[in-house]
Design a protein around this ligand. Structure first.
Ligand code: PAF
Length: 282
């Protein structure tokens, strides 16, 4: 595996190829990232990953400074998974000047849920993803990029950006990988204390219960069921931002009877100082 730190070196490594299979990450890799690398690799002619903790998608009070940076172990895991090129730019390389040109994904999709609770988050994500795409795919006839479904809304926002900018990139959405108890794998799980780690699975349990309760009737009282799910977590000491049932296609609330809709329950809640998100397609 070649480890490159500049856009020039990256493009040189990729120049013999026509269809990169790319997995952008912020590092501190877990089995979910590795599964994406393995899944995407056969769909392209060269496997590329990036590791870049993107300041633009963190609010000032969030964990940009403390986000775990584990380049050496990450590189070993990527190499073992068959990654051919690892792009690990320094901040100065990707943002040599303040990034004043940004992608503003203005739509309901990017303003609700994560966009509502983390204003500016999808501007930061879309901007860096477009920039990484430009580093990896410039001059390529086509490509594939893989994102994990744990960040469900992020996958939809990126997919819409790719459509609207007519980028020749197929977006692959990889299934969420879970620990044995059901907790969705996330780089932020490492922030949890041992007690919090035991409690953390309750988020996916609450989502499961909400999904089942909503499906028990074709016209459920969704606001009541969602409020109840949030109260259940709050009583256990969580600070929930949302637990909600949405349409998979646009993450808007389902209208009328649920029959025939493909749905997803999504949740975000803080346990101690750690904000966790998860979702389940129902
Ligand atoms: O999901 C992530 O790790 C990040 O949001 C991404 C897509 C690498 C952009 O920084």
């Amino acid at each position: 595996m070649h480890i490159v730190h500049t856009i020039e070196e990256l493009r040189k490594q990729l120049s013999p190829f026509k269809r990169p299979a790319f997995v952008p990450t912020m590092g501190n890799l877990h089995d979910g990232h590795i599964a994406l690398v393995r899944q995407a690799k056969p769909l392209g002619d060269v496997s590329v990953s990036s590791i870049f903790v993107n300041r633009l998608q963190f609010a000032p009070h969030e964990d940009f400074e403390s986000y775990p940076r584990t380049l050496d172990t990450d590189a070993q895991r990527l190499e073992a998974a068959g990654c051919d090129v690892l792009f690990a730019p320094r901040e100065q390389e990707l943002y040599p000047q303040p990034q004043t040109y940004k992608v503003h994904p203005a739509s309901d999709l990017s303003d609700l849920l994560e966009g509502h609770f983390r204003p500016g988050f999808f501007i930061g994500v879309s901007t860096v993803v477009l920039k990484l795409f430009s580093c990896v795919y410039a001059g390529m006839p086509s490509g594939v990029a893989a994102f994990g479904k744990k960040d469900y809304q992020q996958v939809l926002v990126v997919r819409r950006m790719v459509q609207q900018f007519a980028l020749p990139i197929d977006i692959l959405a990889g299934e969420t990988q879970r620990a044995e108890d059901g907790l969705a794998l996330s780089s932020r799980n490492g922030y949890l204390s041992p007690d919090e780690r035991l409690e953390a699975v309750q988020l996916s349990k609450a989502l499961q219960a909400l999904g089942q309760a909503a499906q028990a009737s074709s016209t459920p009282d969704l606001p009541a069921l969602e409020a109840q799910a949030m109260q259940t977590l709050a009583r256990r000491g969580w600070k929930p931002d949302y637990l909600t049932l949405r349409r998979r296609a646009d993450l808007l609330p389902p209208q009328g009877a649920l029959t025939g809709e493909t749905l997803v329950v999504l949740g975000a809640a803080k346990l101690g100082n750690t904000r966790l998100i998860d979702n389940l397609e129902v």
